[in-house]
Write a protein that binds this ligand. Structure first.
Ligand code: GCB
Length: 604
């Protein structure tokens, strides 16, 4: 799916701003064709939860409504007009002037609909009904229940099967964009790179819609706007010589400019930035442009004060700047696809991204005590009880469809911490890996992220990922505070993985310790800033001993909001930055380490 941009043939109208908002009391039906019976408002894009002073609204589970008016200028009315939601979390029904125009389920990917047939001359009423309900058929997974109050009124509850606040609403930009009736619908850019000859053949596929073009013209422009290749047709090979590679932290972006012509006249134009680089897993190494890459960075969240999971571009820019200053080069979009805007920024900044679907919480019985798994006859019903298959397939389609051309994406993560240790895991995951391999035009490596219960013996499907990605909390959830035993467990497990899969790279995608900034301890106690640093030092030492260990992405970049819990004090405190991005003292240690580790060739 193309990102909406202004070109010589296209205009983007921004629908962000302050919308009417109300919780659906589910007493009388709401008429989407009428002004919502409320005076409350919410800013868009942003989650609704932290914009209110009412706990009842903040913690609402169920249905809620947004509404605004818009007018499209006469000069655009003959154009094809498309309404696009960057996301709507988690399910949305969209109405224009009272008529339902589209419905979408899945809270972290865009969707769009042509709206010409529904428009009036002015003051169109755009109404969106949303739901933040999650259950055993959705991703993320939630434990959903309903009860009734004394008046027979339904009370809905979602107990999240994951560790982040279920921020919901219109989290990402809402836009209308115009195209000519004959239009470019999508572009697929897949550069085949010849590193030895410093050249590339860019395979460009163009999908069109509406009236047919007589001619499609494509040119590749370099960063100075010089044309370096051109071709014609819906499926083209564009050879580029003397290529500038897209490199981690040294991004170079070409632009594919595509024009659709009728009677010799350009009708539609679209411009897609892309990078030329290779990604490959080989002999236990993760190669970018043929060189063994070492991941240094983070698991993150889209999570800021007030905006919740709403797009916050200033924070995105700040976060990448803080990462770069620390010598980091990468992050994972834990635990859902991030905004289009963040992906475009990472392309430009050369930040390497592991792009994750929203498949988090795919397990029905969980404690951090992983001794359960070694008990004879251990049985878990995850793959019988969950009905996430369809949502998961849709999520894989949508993440690859949206992000396929991004140079920053070097690997897809199919899921975070599923019950891979449980009977039925292989049957569940095999078709999903197959689907992703088939859909990705750039054939990037695939992974899923392993929970501590999934060890080299228990993991039923570890043959599927190209890279073994581990979330480990030795010294925190397990053997709390005992870094000596944790060091041994860390080393033993990594050695076992390496012995089992000598050709698969291994990396940590989470490891961390909750830390209260300003809490100090002469005894290096858990929760203190001293413990956080010791914990990371211990892990670094072991990582450096394991030849196929190709990266360290710690948990978490910053403190973030979660549901209530006895292990959470206004959220998860494993950030190396606070939620407002002040560094905890460990940042000095990590900056020193990462600034001295090269992006390439760290592990020979
Ligand atoms: C995990 C999860 C992550 C949590 C983290 C924690 O394994 O993947 O979402 O926030 O542990 O801090 O407990």
């Amino acid at each position: 799916m193309l990102y909406p941009i202004n070109t010589m043939s296209r205009t983007v109208i921004d629908l962000n701003g302050v919308w009417k908002f109300m919780i659906d009391p589910e007493t009388t039906p709401i008429d989407p064709g009428k002004s919502l019976p409320t005076d409350d408002v919410m800013a868009v894009p942003a989650s609704f939860n932290d914009q209110t002073a009412e706990a009842k609204i903040r913690n609402h589970t169920g249905y809620f409504w947004y509404q605004r008016q818009f007018t499209v200028a006469n000069s655009l009315r003959s154009q094809r007009l498309v309404l696009r939601f960057g996301s709507a979390t988690h399910e949305a029904w969209v109405y224009i002037n009272g008529k339902e125009v589209t419905h979408h389920k899945g809270g972290f990917t865009p969707f769009e609909v042509e709206i010409n047939d529904y428009l009036k001359d002015e003051n169109n009423l755009l109404t969106v009904k949303l739901s933040n309900i999650l259950d055993y058929s959705t991703i993320p997974v939630g434990n959903y229940s309903e009860t009734k109050d004394a008046g027979g009124h339904i009370i809905r509850k979602v107990d999240e099967n994951f560790d982040f606040f279920n921020y919901a609403g219109l989290n990402r930009p809402i836009k209308i964009y115009s195209t000519p009736q004959a239009h470019i619908d999508d572009l697929v850019v897949a550069p085949a790179v010849d590193l030895a000859n410093n050249s590339a053949n860019v395979h460009l596929t163009v999908q069109t819609g509406g009236e047919q073009f007589d001619e499609i013209r494509a040119t590749v422009l370099d960063e100075d706007g010089n044309q370096v290749a051109e071709a014609q047709g819906l499926s083209e090979q564009l050879p580029i010589k003397n290529i500038h590679l897209w490199q981690p932290l040294k991004a170079y972006l070409y632009t594919a400019k595509v024009e659709g012509l009728i009677n010799g006249k350009v009708v539609d134009v679209y411009e897609e930035p892309f990078g030329v680089r290779t990604v490959e897993v080989k002999q236990g190494k993760f190669l970018i442009n043929g060189q063994p890459f070492y991941f240094k960075g983070f698991g993150k969240h889209e999570d800021t004060y007030v905006n919740g999971k709403g797009l916050n571009e200033a924070y995105n820019v700040l976060d990448l700047n803080l990462m770069k200053k620390m010598g980091a080069n990468s992050f994972r979009t834990s635990h859902y696809p991030y905004s289009d805007e963040m992906m475009r920024l990472c392309d430009r900044e050369g930040i390497v991204v592991i792009d994750e679907t929203p498949a988090v919480g795919l397990m029905v019985s969980f404690t951090f005590d992983n001794s359960e798994i070694s008990k004879p006859g251990y049985q878990d019903d995850t793959w019988k009880d969950l009905k996430t298959g369809e949502a998961h397939r849709q999520a894989i389609h949508e993440i690859i469809d949206r992000d396929k051309n991004h140079a920053c994406v070097v690997m897809w993560s199919i899921a975070n911490e599923a019950a891979n240790y449980s009977k039925g895991a292989h049957e569940y995951f095999e078709p999903l890996f197959k689907l992703a391999r088939q859909l990705d035009p750039q054939k990037r490596p695939l992974t899923y992220i392993d929970l501590v219960w999934s060890n080299p013996e228990s993991d039923k499907s570890s043959d599927l990922p190209d890279v073994i990605c581990l979330n480990r909390y030795y010294g925190w959830y397990l053997d709390t505070g005992d870094l000596a035993i944790s060091e041994k467990k860390t080393r033993d497990e990594l050695k076992q993985w390496q012995a089992k899969y000598p050709d698969k790279p291994i990396m940590y995608t989470e490891y961390g310790a909750d830390t209260i900034p300003g809490l100090h301890s002469a005894y290096d106690e858990p929760w203190s800033e001293e413990f956080q640093e010791d914990y990371y030092r211990m892990n670094s030492k072991v990582f450096d001993e394991i030849p196929n260990f190709v990266g360290e992405q710690l948990w978490n970049f910053a403190d973030f909001q979660t549901k209530y819990g006895i292990q959470r004090v206004q959220g998860n405190k494993k950030g190396v930055f606070t939620r407002s991005r002040e560094p905890k003292s460990v940042v000095r240690y990590l900056s020193k380490r990462w600034n001295s580790i090269p992006n390439f060739g760290y592990k020979k």
